[in-house]
Design a protein around this ligand. Structure first.
Ligand SMILES: C[S@@+](CC[C@H](N)C(=O)[O-])C[C@H]1O[C@@H](n2cnc3c(N)ncnc32)[C@H](O)[C@@H]1O
Length: 244
């Protein structure tokens, strides 16, 4: 079900969309903008090199961030549960495919690569895991794939007082956002208060060393309402953590 749900979101990438390089690059650049600004500012603040480092990107979609990471890190492994997203990412990357960028179709919750990375980057996946048990498994995957001195970076949407949901969406008391798709209500996101995100990451055994609630950064979650007023959308947290 999970795979079908995400595959559906990627059906808009038709061959004519993908064969229009200007349109495609505009989409990829817009889509990665926020994560790039976080990753670049984190690097500047903590002052580390990346050109000789390895990255595991979780929830890569069609590779918006992965192609940027490849330019700035030595080696990138990008994972997504949607086989459609991965096949699109591979076809976009085919022009300059190399050993330095691998796309992998796998569920992050059961990922066992037997390899550890300098960086694990959450590519907007954490908030796509509506249930706490899923997020616990996910953070376990993160820990399993981090080198002892590695960094985990995550940007996620969080609750705010003024958040309002439009028709076709509903919240429950556990901050799970349900979306009505073809007359079925599907748990699609968790939009936790920022303190809960902090608590869940800390409870996983990771040590937080950067946590920032960005009140000015709204997160577009209602994709079928592209002009939804930003003041009623979720806000953003950015965090980094390391193994204890
Ligand atoms: C909000 S999208 C972000 C995609 C991409 N990073 C971007 O910025 O365009 C979340 C991605 O996580 C993927 N995803 C959801 N659950 C997953 C899981 N359990 N394991 C791996 N990927 C998952 C979805 O297929 C989707 O591509």
């Amino acid at each position: 079900m999970l795979k079908e749900l995400y595959n559906k979101a990627y059906q808009k990438f038709t061959p004519d969309f993908l064969s229009n390089p200007i349109q495609l690059e505009k989409y990829l650049a817009g889509n990665r903008e926020s994560l790039v600004s976080f990753i670049a500012s984190h690097k500047e603040q903590f002052d580390y090199p990346t050109s000789d480092k390895t990255v595991l990107e979780l929830g890569c979609g069609i590779g918006s961030l992965s192609f940027w990471l490849k330019e700035h890190y030595k080696n990138v492994t990008a994972v997504d549960v949607s086989d459609l997203a991965i096949s699109i990412a591979q076809s976009i990357g085919a022009i300059n495919e190399s050993e330095d960028l691998k796309f992998l179709n796998h569920d992050a919750l059961s990922l066992e690569l037997g390899q550890k990375f300098d960086f694990v980057i959450d590519s907007h996946l954490f908030h796509c895991l509506p249930f706490k048990e899923q997020r616990e498994k996910y953070l376990n995957t993160v820990k399993k794939h981090l080198k002892p001195d590695g960094w985990f970076l995550m940007e996620a949407m969080v609750m705010q007082d003024r958040l309002q949901v439009p028709v076709g969406y509903e919240f429950d008391e556990q901050n799970i956002l349900y979306q009505e798709i073809e007359e079925e209500w599907i748990a699609s996101r968790c939009i936790l208060p920022s303190i809960k995100v902090e608590e869940e990451v800390a409870a996983s055994g990771l040590k937080l060393n950067y946590f920032y609630y960005h009140h000015e950064l709204s997160f577009q979650v209602f994709e079928d309402y592209p002009t939804y007023p930003p003041q009623f959308l979720p806000k953003t947290v950015r965090l980094s953590s390391r193994l204890k």
